[in-house]
Write a protein that binds this ligand. Structure first.
Ligand code: SF4
Ligand code: MG
Length: 321
């Protein structure tokens, strides 16, 4: 299978002024060296609590944020070093779906205008644009009667359909979906996830699907990366990750998901303490301050992400054999 996107040692460090102490700066390591790739046509889920760097990773791939370090290869070409002209060409291949479509849809524009906009920018003629708009509404389960309404006249789920239609307009190859269903009711969530799955097949899309909990990505992902404090701590195909999570953090996240069969007893792993600040991450393993299995070496030596079983990567000293 072909790789569509590959990220190598990707970092985003933000420099912050430290309050009133003049001249004191702190560095927030929002993303601190992540590596992964996405196959053409698959969905890679990225999961982690807020502040783990998952959205920042998505934004660097979308070129909405400039990486501090690292490389992003799209179809083999490093887009971080690409001249602005070539990037402009590529831009339509990358689209984003947001958590709150209301914030990303211009409230003063009717749906028709919202959907026409990308085509106008790319110089389509009027007749083609009208056909495209009708098609787009249809593929996301809306109809032409919705075209003359404003975003506020729609429910959250319908607004997300409009956001998806807009993302699809120019036939992108990659869609970065940043918590696209987190703001929706559970019943609506599955409708949107099913729609995204159907569209993936019909339009040959590749998804990077960002979520804050493992239950949302289970349905849609082929492989899943778990992030903690700017690092990927585990990456595996869905089946092995859910059946046999290796990293203590993944184990804790999974233990928090209710099991469909109540006869299967699962012990909830409660992590002590809060996530440390990315401005002052722990030395050694970033998870060591909360890990139930912490060892002495974890406090000083940072574990690297290693393939410990076929296609199952984990960053943890427990698997250093
Ligand atoms: Fe826990 Fe150590 Fe593994 Fe980190 S490296 S997850 S602290 S056992
Ligand atoms: Mg976020």
């Amino acid at each position: 299978t072909d790789i569509l996107l590959e990220v190598k040692n990707l970092k985003k460090h933000f420099v912050q002024n430290k309050g009133f102490l003049k001249g004191k700066k702190s560095v927030v390591k929002a993303v601190d060296g992540v590596d992964f790739f996405i196959y053409k046509g698959e969905t890679l889920g990225i999961v982690g609590e807020s502040g783990c760097g998952k959205s920042t990773t998505g934004k660097m791939i979308m070129q909405l944020l400039e990486p501090t370090e690292g490389e992003v290869f799209f179809e083999g070409a490093n887009i971080v070093e690409m001249p602005p002209n070539d990037i402009r060409h590529l831009r339509k291949e990358f689209q984003m779906i947001f958590q709150d479509p209301y914030a990303s849809l211009n409230p003063g524009m009717k749906v028709r205008e919202i959907l026409r906009e990308p085509f106008i920018i790319h110089g389509y003629n009027k007749k083609d644009i009208d056909t495209k708009v009708t098609e787009l509404l249809k593929v996301v389960g809306l109809n032409i009667y919705h075209a003359d309404r404003y975003p506020h006249e729609f429910s959250g789920g319908q607004r997300q359909r409009i956001g998806i239609a807009r993302a699809l307009a120019l036939n992108p190859k990659l869609i970065v979906a940043d918590e696209p269903v987190s703001a929706l009711d559970v019943s609506i969530q599955s409708q949107i996830l099913n729609l995204m799955k159907d569209l993936q097949k019909s339009f040959n899309l590749t998804y990077l699907f960002i979520a804050h909990d493992l239950s949302v990505v289970e349905h849609i992902s082929d492989r899943i990366a778990v992030m903690y404090l700017g690092n990927i701590v585990e990456l595996a195909d869905k089946q092995s990750l859910y059946k046999e999570p290796l990293h203590p953090y993944t184990q804790a996240l999974l233990s928090a998901i209710p099991v469909p069969n109540p006869k299967v007893k699962k012990e909830r792993i409660i992590l002590k303490g809060d996530i440390p600040s990315p401005a002052d991450p722990p030395k050694g393993c970033v998870f060591h301050t909360r890990c139930p299995l912490v060892m002495e070496s974890c406090k000083t030596i940072k574990p690297q992400l290693k393939e410990v079983e076929s296609n199952h990567f984990v960053a943890c000293h427990l698997y250093n054999k």
